[in-house]
Design a protein around this ligand. Structure first.
Ligand SMILES: [Zn+2]
Length: 449
């Protein structure tokens, strides 16, 4: 290594080094999570599991997201962001693709602590809501989201990072396919082409969204994006699960073929959907059509170890084969293939000229022993505690669970307080005025004796 780059990969003694470190570690590329919401994900625990959401086809989006987001103050979101940065580094992620508000704060913290980040300030023309628990309705902003769009373009313009010298790179995040107008998306595409920055949009993420788009346009979400010129190799579809031919939609067409032909990537977040009984049908099937499927964490836990493992195991179960959802395929999706979509031949791999974004795995730890094939050990068995250190841009930023530059113990205390305030005020944001306990019963009743 020289500075922040790998200069040579080979056997001991092949090149002269100023410093030699003896280690039994397995050194692997850091993971790239292609879909994160660091400003709010940590408070998902305990409010979104085990609930019947039949009316909305199992999605959390309609009843849980609006009250959760409304309850969080700017300070709460900053606590979540710091906890999330630590969580990613502790679980071996060295690059995230973050979508949400407060991008300047997130950029400052990622830069200060040392997490490589693609950051997109979210914007949209309107939002969904329900006023009766039965239907999904939309309210639209008077300016079609123009003010927020301009703020997002300003952030992306200030973080183009063409020479790759900075940790933070901007991109554009029109939030969701069903909450953005055609005009807003066409403007997004123009700016993306001009600046050469990527776009990520949530699409094909719920049955209600799929149905709404066919109702509005007579087209699936993917067909509609394609028809207005948004599908290309600068575009990443967040989720992309509710597509033609899937058992959820039971709707003819070739959405996966359109995605693949356009060179568009899909960011798959297996855990958050599997938690609700939903899965990509299937990771292997999309890939066999030539679609680049990458992985993200989306919600809590923000661990790419979990993401790779769930992607693999769900695929094996759906395909009814052990040789499906291969360790190699999910590992590549979490590293080198993600880097390719980010147009970064210096990330997601260990080779001369690549950035030193590395994870150092113990080989004598409980979950890594015995290690015959390190990639299979990491994908199927490893835990966060098996990572001795995480390096980003040539600097050790996490060692033995401790992230330099963050007071994680204090941040976790603040996170508990933030969550308690959100729970106690849930009825102020819930469409039916339900308390958190009415919304989701604790497993064994009231724990506060
Ligand atoms: Zn998301």
């Amino acid at each position: 290594m020289t500075g922040n780059e790998v200069t040579h990969v080979g056997r001991p003694g092949e090149i002269q080094s100023d410093r030699v470190v003896e280690t039994n570690n397995i050194i692997a590329p850091g993971f790239i999570s292609m879909h994160t919401h660091m400003h709010e994900s940590p408070v998902d625990k305990g409010i979104a599991e085990d609930i019947d959401k039949r009316q909305f086809w199992s999605t959390n989006l309609i009843e849980i997201l609006p009250p959760r987001s409304e309850a969080l103050t700017r300070n709460d979101r900053e606590v979540c962001t710091r906890v999330s940065i630590a969580e990613h580094l502790r679980t071996g992620t060295t690059t995230v693709m973050q979508m949400g508000p407060d991008s300047d704060y997130t950029a400052k913290e990622c830069d200060r602590v040392g997490l490589r980040a693609y950051i997109g300030e979210s914007y949209r023309s309107g939002s969904w809501y329900t006023s009766n628990g039965k239907t999904v309705d939309y309210s639209w902003l008077d300016d079609d989201g123009q003010e927020d769009f301009e703020r997002a373009v300003d952030f992306a313009s200030r973080h183009v990072n063409t020479d790759r010298s900075r940790l933070v790179t901007g991109f554009l995040n029109p939030s969701q396919v069903d909450t953005c107008s055609e005009d807003l998306l066409r403007q997004t595409e123009l700016v993306s082409a001009k600046l050469g920055v990527l776009i990520q949009i949530h699409a094909a993420q719920s049955y209600s969204e799929f149905y709404e788009m066919t109702r509005r346009h007579g087209k699936t979400p993917i067909e509609w994006l394609n028809s207005i010129g948004l599908l290309n190799d600068r575009m990443i579809i967040g989720h992309g699960l509710f597509v033609t031919g899937s058992s959820w939609t039971n709707f003819p067409g070739d959405d996966v073929g359109l995605i693949s032909a356009a060179g568009t990537s899909v960011a798959y977040n297996p855990w958050v959907f599997a938690r609700n009984g939903i899965a990509m049908e299937t990771f292997d099937a999309y890939r066999s059509r030539g679609t680049r499927v990458l992985l993200g964490t989306d919600t809590t836990t923000q661990s790419m170890l979990h993401s790779m493992r769930w992607a693999s195991i769900i695929t094996k179960v759906l395909e009814k084969r052990s040789d499906a959802g291969l360790a190699a395929d999910v590992f590549n999706a979490a590293t080198v293939e993600a880097a390719n979509t980010l147009r970064r031949d210096d990330l997601g791999r260990i080779e001369a000229g690549a950035k030193a974004d590395l994870t150092f795995w113990r080989t004598d730890s409980h979950f890594m022993t015995p290690t015959r094939d390190p990639i299979r050990s990491i994908v199927y068995y490893a835990e966060a505690e098996d990572i001795e250190a995480t390096m980003v841009d040539g600097k050790i930023v996490m060692r033995d669970g401790e992230v330099k530059g963050l007071d994680t113990a204090q941040d976790l205390r603040d996170l508990q307080k933030t969550a308690e305030e959100m729970w106690s005020g849930w009825q102020n944001h819930d469409w039916a005025g339900r308390t958190i306990d009415q919304h989701i019963q604790p497993v064994y009743g009231d724990y506060n004796m």
